[in-house]
Design a protein around this ligand. Structure first.
Ligand SMILES: NC(=O)c1ccc[n+]([C@@H]2O[C@H](COP(=O)([O-])OP(=O)(O)OC[C@H]3O[C@@H](n4cnc5c(N)ncnc54)[C@H](OP(=O)(O)O)[C@@H]3O)[C@@H](O)[C@H]2O)c1
Length: 263
């Protein structure tokens, strides 16, 4: 099915690995031009090569989303070199798990800066460029901790709940420019980062890694952990004409896990 993304410019933050990389490939397959960022040059180069081999037109920029100047440079460079931004997928994050009494102000502040504030800052900078074309799609990657309790990931919960809230508030403002803003909440999705979390959980509990993965899988009613491509499909939907009248929404891609009923 044609998703009408041919030659659209999609900027993906944190596109060098995991969910961001899957989003890049999924949008590229629909003909979008892919611009992505990350901090690690080696990973940026490897992913750019990978995408080009798949036929994508792509640009990789080194940028740290926790730094205001890097975000400004990123948007300036993309507009100067690629010519505009039609789609923004906010995705980059690094975070630490810890019980509440070990979560320092610095850990909280960094998490808020690198994800929630970075999403807000880049949206503000991209807005004038989307406004020029009177169209645009913004998809914020949140996380199920916005809706369910996760004792070792309290800062994730605070950040992801903030992202869901920002999505709705900003969507209401951006609608006048025909820009939609939506959020995707992934459940446990098998990326390198999550594999490392499972390894840590195995070490801490003394259980085997296989058992940890089996337990996490059993928590999912559909019986499988998510793949990055599952999250990318939801992003593609929000970027496509199929979602033309959908804005301000948060969609869980979690295989039915979690007991929260979100209205
Ligand atoms: N995987 C899951 O189960 C899961 C569950 C809930 C929510 N999520 C959300 O999904 C998104 C992607 O997660 P993921 O599992 O795919 O993560 P990942 O595999 O660790 O990939 C993260 C990407 O972000 C980049 N990145 C990290 N810190 C950055 C920074 N300061 N500035 C710029 N880029 C940065 C990384 O590259 P560099 O390290 O080179 O910078 C990498 O490209 C995140 O928002 C996460 O909270 C994921």
């Amino acid at each position: 099915m044609d998703m009408c993304l041919n030659n659209k410019v999609a900027l993906i933050t944190g596109g060098s690995r995991g969910i961001g990389k899957a989003v890049a490939l999924t949008l590229a397959k629909q003909g979008a031009k892919i611009v992505f960022c990350g901090r690690t040059k080696h990973d940026l180069d490897a992913t750019a090569d990978f995408l080009r081999k798949k036929g994508a037109e792509t640009w990789a920029f080194q940028a740290d989303m926790s730094k205001v100047r890097d975000i400004e440079n990123l948007v300036e460079h993309v507009v100067a070199r690629v010519g505009g931004i039609n789609i923004l997928v906010n995705n980059a994050v690094t975070s630490e798990s810890a019980p509440f009494d070990q979560l320092t102000d610095d850990m909280f502040r960094y998490h808020i800066d690198v994800k929630l504030m970075a999403y807000i800052r880049i949206a503000r900078l991209v807005l004038p460029h989307m406004r020029k074309t009177k169209s645009g799609r913004i998809v914020n990657i949140g996380g199920m901790t916005a809706r369910v309790v996760a004792p070792l990931r309290i800062s994730n919960g605070v950040v992801n709940a903030g992202i869901a809230n920002f999505t709705k508030q900003f969507a209401t403002f951006a609608a006048q420019y025909n820009i939609t803003v939506n959020c995707v909440h992934p459940g446990y999705t098998l990326t390198e980062r999550v594999k490392q979390i499972f390894v840590r959980q195995a070490e801490e509990s003394g259980d085997k890694l296989d058992n940890i993965i089996r337990k996490r899988t059993k928590e999912v009613p559909l019986g499988k952990l998510m793949k990055p491509e599952d999250i990318a499909s939801a992003v593609l939907f929000f970027c496509s004409p199929l979602a033309g009248m959908i804005t301000g929404q948060s969609l869980a891609v979690d295989g039915g896990s979690g007991n929260a009923i979100a209205y």
